[in-house]
Design a binder for this molecule. Structure first.
Ligand SMILES: NC(=O)c1ccc[n+]([C@@H]2O[C@H](COP(=O)([O-])OP(=O)(O)OC[C@H]3O[C@@H](n4cnc5c(N)ncnc54)[C@H](OP(=O)(O)O)[C@@H]3O)[C@@H](O)[C@H]2O)c1
Length: 273
């Protein structure tokens, strides 16, 4: 696995992690596939994808419970656990309570990274950020970040912080969705904010792309691996593909540890422009 610097910190995180949306259900819990989800998270960790992305919203908390079950057999310090607070819970007390619930479901005493899942214009960002800083002070959260924030919202969040930095913005980014290249990605690069790319495989579509498949043949890699390598070739970008299929997991882990040539990165960029 390749590692990348987290924001402006000295901490290193894997270039490819694992997402957990749709593990343990969609918007509500579905326990019928629990074993599959737990097995996938464990396999991801064994393969080096030790960054696990989840959220209180996923399966209404059940995705966090699956992560909690899966991680018990691994040394905690080897893992980087990310969760997110939903926009309904951005008032000061609600943030604290949401984090406490997440920790309980995850069966751990700290989150490595806690993100505001989406902005909520009805709650002053200053209030939310103050609660996030309190969580850091209490040792319940190591680092703070945001998700789905535009440049103005990132600026505001950064200006509200007094003792911490925004180290991550989790945003949609793939060869089929390059909107962030216009403003958000350059802003993050300039300000040492790591971009955590979600929907990195465009929900699986890119794994079936013929152009990527052809490019991958030169390297002995699949289309999905090329798509993920194209993303993580950016200095401040990591990817969090979700997979439960064992073959998919192995491919995604193998998307790191090698590099597309500059020429191929350019031709892929041009092809999908
Ligand atoms: N912050 C936010 O607002 C936000 C929004 C959406 C998502 N996210 C996070 O980002 C993660 C990733 O997004 P996503 O799960 O929606 O989409 P995704 O990672 O782009 O795609 C997941 C789909 O691709 C398939 N897949 C994975 N690896 C593959 C491979 N190597 N070859 C072929 N197919 C493959 C998976 O199948 P199998 O599962 O069958 O293996 C699954 O159907 C989420 O799980 C979540 O943690 C965050």
């Amino acid at each position: 696995m390749d590692f990348k610097k987290l924001g402006n910190t000295a901490v290193e995180i894997p270039a490819v992690g694992i997402g957990t949306w749709e593990m343990g259900g969609g918007s509500s819990p579905d326990t019928s596939t629990d074993a599959e989800g737990i097995r996938a998270i464990r396999r991801a960790i064994e393969l080096g994808m030790t960054l696990i992305d989840t959220a209180e919203k996923y399966a209404d908390g059940h995705a966090e419970e699956l992560v909690g079950e899966a991680i018990q057999s691994f040394p905690r310090e080897q893992l980087f656990i990310v969760s997110k607070v939903w926009p309904d819970h951005l008032q000061y007390d609600e943030v604290i309570k949401a984090a406490e619930r997440s920790l309980k479901r995850l069966r751990t005493d700290r989150l490595d990274l806690y993100l505001i899942h989406h902005p909520n214009p009805d709650v002053p960002l200053k209030e939310t950020v103050a609660a996030m800083e309190k969580l850091v002070e209490r040792g319940m959260v190591r680092f703070i970040g945001v998700s789905n924030f535009d440049v103005a919202q990132m600026e505001e969040a950064r200006s509200c912080l007094t003792r911490n930095e925004i180290v991550v913005n989790q945003l949609p980014f793939s060869l089929l969705d390059r909107e962030i290249e216009k403003e958000k990605l350059p802003y993050c690069l300039k300000n040492q904010i790591t971009v955590m790319a979600y929907w990195p495989l465009s929900r699986g579509r890119l794994a079936r792309d013929k152009f990527l498949e052809e490019t991958g043949k030169k390297y002995g890699k699949t289309a999905a691996q090329v798509a993920l390598n194209w993303l993580t070739a950016r200095e401040n970008v990591i990817a969090i593909p979700k997979a439960v299929n064992m073959e998919h997991l192995e491919q995604n882990a193998g998307a790191a540890g090698w590099r597309l040539s500059g020429e191929d990165i350019q031709s892929i960029s041009d092809h999908f422009r």
